[in-house]
Design a protein around this ligand. Structure first.
Ligand code: ADP
Ligand code: MG
Length: 254
């Protein structure tokens, strides 16, 4: 097993099937502390399922997952983790989805406060101050009172990022965070993600923004049909893919 100080995410032999459909077939990967890894690959290759297993929204059939100091082994013969272990594990990761998933009846500020208040029992004034600070960080200091329906897609996604950060996660997982946005709104969300990367946040992101992956990610992993086909330094994989399948996939983005 890897050094837990320098490796923030460690996945060994992860498998998941839905019925007879094997969606993750023996996935192993590592994300160093402060590292940014981009997952790319065609639709249906298992990228979302992989991120969801890291947040335990989907439980794998087998394999070992460690995030920071929290580890869970799903290998046959191990007992199923208890709910408290699952909750503690989940709190290590912040997840940002394609479709924002904000609470529609709550203001931007209330969305960001919700986790700290309900999960961490933070006092409301402290949670409000934290929410204001994080909304300012994502460029929304003046929209704290706004309801989600009053915000653009890019603004909603920045609230979602602030909400995830409020739980002080060790890692941030982004699942196509800009795919549902109007083209003119993509850059503002990528800018926030890039800033987080610069500040040393450990990030695993699924993206179709190849220029962003090439520039911001350290490592790019190309997945297809539940396998890691190719993995390496971002510029090497994107500019000079070793595998024909990677080359064929990337040709759609030129
Ligand atoms: P990607 O994010 O790379 O597009 P997904 O992880 O979403 O891929 O899906 C991989 C495959 O797993 C797809 O064929 C999808 O239909 C299937 N799948 C995902 N979630 C479920 C589920 N809850 N039940 C059944 N099949 C699923
Ligand atoms: Mg997906």
């Amino acid at each position: 097993m890897s050094n837990s100080i320098t490796t923030m995410i460690e996945v060994v032999g992860l498998k998941k099937s839905f019925g007879t459909h094997a969606v993750l077939r023996d996935i192993s990967l590592e994300v160093p502390k402060g590292g940014v890894v981009a997952l790319i690959g065609p639709s249906g290759s298992g990228k979302s399922t992989l991120l969801r297993t890291l947040n335990l929204l989907t439980l794998p059939d087998s394999g070992y997952i460690r995030v920071g100091a929290s580890r869970i082994d799903f290998t046959a013969g191990q007992r199923m983790p208890r709910d408290r272990e699952l909750a503690a594990f989940r709190a290590r990761t912040g997840m940002v989805f394609q479709n924002f998933n904000l609470f529609p009846h709550m203001s931007a500020e209330a969305n960001v406060m919700e986790g700290p208040v309900t999960v961490q029992r933070m006092k409301k004034p402290e949670a409000r101050a934290l929410a204001r600070e994080l909304l300012a960080k994502v460029g929304l200091a003046d929209r704290a009172e706004a309801m989600p329906e009053q915000l653009s897609g890019g603004q909603k996604q920045r609230v979602a990022i602030a909400r995830a950060l409020a739980m002080k996660p060790d890692v941030m997982l982004f699942d196509e965070a800009t795919s549902a946005l109007d083209p003119e709104r993509v850059a503002e969300v990528l800018a926030v993600m890039k800033q987080l990367a610069t500040e040393g946040m450990t990030m695993l992101l699924v993206t179709h923004e190849m220029a962003f992956a090439r520039e911001v990610a350290d490592t790019v992993i190309f997945m297809r049909d539940g396998y890691v086909v190719e993995s390496g330094p971002a510029r090497q994989v994107i500019d000079h893919p070793a595998e024909e399948a990677t080359r064929a996939f990337l040709s759609h983005f030129h």
